[in-house]
Design a protein around this ligand. Structure first.
Ligand SMILES: [Fe+2]
Ligand SMILES: [Fe+2]
Length: 294
């Protein structure tokens, strides 16, 4: 199915269960931060940076989430990003269908903890079912079904959790203060780079988000797989690529890079976000029944 799904040795630690846990905790933080009860003082943009919000976010996050973001923000550099993209395009491909990929992701994560409460496959099915229940178009239901399959990256070449899950952001330009726990970027060498640390960095105004180097993780990985191997529309690609790009779709940062198409894509990414964040509260789907329906 995807480049990068190779015979490479999986990282010895952390386990799939650890990834599942940290992914759930990140989702929980984003649910809290997306809550309508948040005050204006907790929302920031590049245009309106507010140190209080970072403090609030830091308090909100668990120690595991803080540790993940600290490591991610220190290691997601332009140099790493370019190397990850090169590895993606030069790796040996494995091939599998969507259902097989879902089951593989589930197995790899569940094997370390058979008692997991809500599995990856259930999250994907719940997201797709919620979209179907609301009468969303089939391409959107399909995209909901596959949107997190890039987490397979964790088992095939990732360096850890930090280059698989977590909110995403561009590299090659200044790190926006509205990124969660943005103070931890101080240890990223790009934050002192003469070009990468500037507002425009290596980009030009309104160059389009497609041209940004987004931090490497499950969103970016799956985006490239689906862009090359499916007929899904641009809106679906945006849902996949930007679903963790909270500094953009929730906080309103990086508007300076947007072109006309990105404004249209922003609407669909925002439309999708509640299905990703809140479908976990629905009753767990019966996987066997839905598999028969395919
Ligand atoms: Fe995701
Ligand atoms: Fe998700």
């Amino acid at each position: 199915m995807a480049p990068g799904l190779t015979s490479a040795t999986p990282p010895p630690h952390p386990s799939g269960r650890d990834l599942e846990d940290i992914s759930d905790q990140i989702d929980a933080v984003n649910v809290l931060l997306s809550s309508p009860t948040r005050t204006a003082a907790t929302t920031t943009t590049t245009e309106g940076s507010n140190p209080k919000s970072n403090f609030r976010q830091y308090v909100t996050a668990s120690p595991q989430v803080k540790a993940l973001y600290r490591e991610q923000h220190e290691k997601q550099t332009v140099e790493y990003n370019l190397a990850a993209r090169k590895a993606f395009h030069s790796s040996v491909r494995a091939r599998m269908g969507i259902w097989e990929a879902m089951e593989k992701l589930n197995t790899l994560i569940d094997e370390s903890d058979p008692d997991t409460s809500l599995s990856q496959i259930q999250h994907l099915l719940q997201t797709a079912e919620a979209l179907r229940r609301d009468g969303k178009p089939k391409w959107m239901q399909v995209t909901g079904l596959i949107h997190d399959l890039g987490k397979l990256l964790f088992f095939f070449g990732a360096q850890g959790q930090w280059d698989v899950v977590g909110d995403t952001f561009p590299v090659g330009c200044a790190f926006d203060p509205c990124i969660i726990l943005s103070d931890t970027f101080s240890q990223n060498p790009d934050s002192k780079h003469p070009i990468y640390s500037t507002e425009m960095g290596i980009y030009s105004p309104h160059c389009g988000l497609d041209n940004l180097l987004l931090s490497w993780g499950h969103d970016e990985y799956l985006y490239h797989v689906v862009k090359d191997q499916s007929l899904l529309p641009d809106e679906a690609l945006a849902m996949i690529r930007y679903h963790s790009f909270y500094p953009w779709h929730r906080e309103g940062a990086y508007r300076r890079f947007m072109n006309q198409k990105d404004w249209q894509m922003l609407e669909v990414v925002k439309e999708f976000n509640p299905y990703d964040l809140y479908s976990k509260s629905d009753a767990p789907p019966v996987v066997g029944e839905l598999k028969v329906c395919r």
